[in-house]
Design a protein around this ligand. Structure first.
Ligand code: NAP
Length: 320
């Protein structure tokens, strides 16, 4: 087919498209690019699947009436993309460089790959609370992943910090293990989806502590409690808990990007409707992108659009 000749002139370790990140956005971009017979490499630094692998049940991804577990959903996505030839390697990207029509991506192990277009789908990771005791007790009562660590807190008291979808979804999940689950929220209104709020308020194991922030995490070998401050009354209280799960938002994984990529004030990549970032040939998809709704269903749409737009871009530079 005309316009597809670009796949023949590859240099060693050269690709048409390199996708950075193997969550739903990256895997979908990989599926679409591979089906377009573009020579595509996906690089993932940790587990394939991204943040969704830490989710016990995904209920709002269409097509699964009873919901589906995060790991199972991405297992299908990975297998589907590989069936069409997507190459996946593991490695940490330390830099992505823009040299005009050619781009390069360097990994921590020293390997370097070149390509014509990059799709950044590196997602986000949990933000920290930045309070005393958070680092000291990480893994000893402080966690950012209920699916990974919840079972250690059987019949124990648990605090969950945050009022978004993640905090409420995970607080509900943690009631399977904990004797009591306290949701600590800094306002008197939750940000989470209404259906999650309804389940939260109906759950007898959950108590919401409103208008409160964590000032300090205390303990000896393991955590024993958290010091809370009511932001309205300034009153302080020590809440005895054995574990604290922190869900106070996310921060973008953009440290490897060239510094001429435009980011918003929170550090997420600004794109146009076709997922093109401010540098020609660099696209962004999924949670790394500045956008309203961060879900698997929007990530896969981003990934498909980014791959299609990258294909168009590669065809255009081949005709130059
Ligand atoms: P989020 O929506 O940004 O919510 C973060 C929560 O933490 C907010 O309630 C915020 O309070 C609170 N917070 C932020 N900084 C804090 C601090 N320093 N101290 C105390 N509280 C703090 O983050 P998220 O829940 O991780 O979700 C991220 C994205 O993924 C969202 O778009 C979300 O919809 C999506 N997501 C979707 C699902 C789902 O569809 N099932 C599940 C998980 C996540 P304020 O409300 O006062 O700002």
């Amino acid at each position: 087919m005309k316009g597809k000749t670009h796949i023949k002139d590859l240099s060693k370790k050269g690709y048409d498209i390199i996708i950075i990140g193997g969550g739903p956005a990256g895997l979908t971009a990989g599926l679409y690019a591979s089906r377009s017979r573009l020579n595509t490499l996906l690089i993932e630094r940790a587990l394939i699947g991204g943040q969704i692998v830490t989710t016990d049940k995904v209920e709002n991804y269409p097509g699964f009436e009873e919901g589906i577990s995060g790991p199972e959903l991405v297992r299908h996505m990975e297998a589907q993309a590989k069936r069409f030839g997507l190459e996946i390697i593991s490695g940490r990207v330390v830099s992505a460089e823009d040299n005009g029509d050619s781009k390069s991506v360097r990994l921590e192990d020293g390997n370097e790959y070149t390509c014509k277009a990059i799709i950044v789908a590196s997602g986000a990771e949990p933000a920290k609370l930045e309070v005393e005791g958070e680092d000291k007790y990480r893994g000893r009562g402080v966690s950012y992943c209920a699916t990974c660590d919840g079972a250690f807190f059987k019949n124990l008291k648990i605090a969950v910090v945050g009022g978004g979808d993640s905090a409420i979804e995970e607080a509900l999940f943690l009631t399977k293990f904990g004797s009591e689950v306290y949701v600590i929220h800094r306002r008197n209104e939750l940000r989470a989806t209404k259906v999650l709020q309804e389940r939260l308020f109906a759950n007898p194991k959950i108590k919401v502590v409103w208008d409160s922030v964590v000032e300090k995490i205390e303990g000896d070998d393991f955590i024993k409690g958290i010091l809370l401050k009511n932001v309205k009354t300034q009153e302080k209280n020590l809440l005895n808990v054995d574990g604290i799960f922190i869900y106070v938002g996310t921060r973008p994984n953009t440290e490897f990007l060239p510094n001429n990529i435009k980011l918003n004030e929170k550090g997420y990549i600004i794109t146009d409707d076709n997922m093109a970032a401010s540098v020609p040939g660099i696209f962004a998809a999924g949670d790394i992108r500045a956008k309203l709704l961060k879900q698997v269903s929007t990530a896969v749409g981003d990934g498909a659009t980014a791959a299609f737009a990258a294909e168009r871009y590669i065809e255009a530079i081949a005709k130059k």
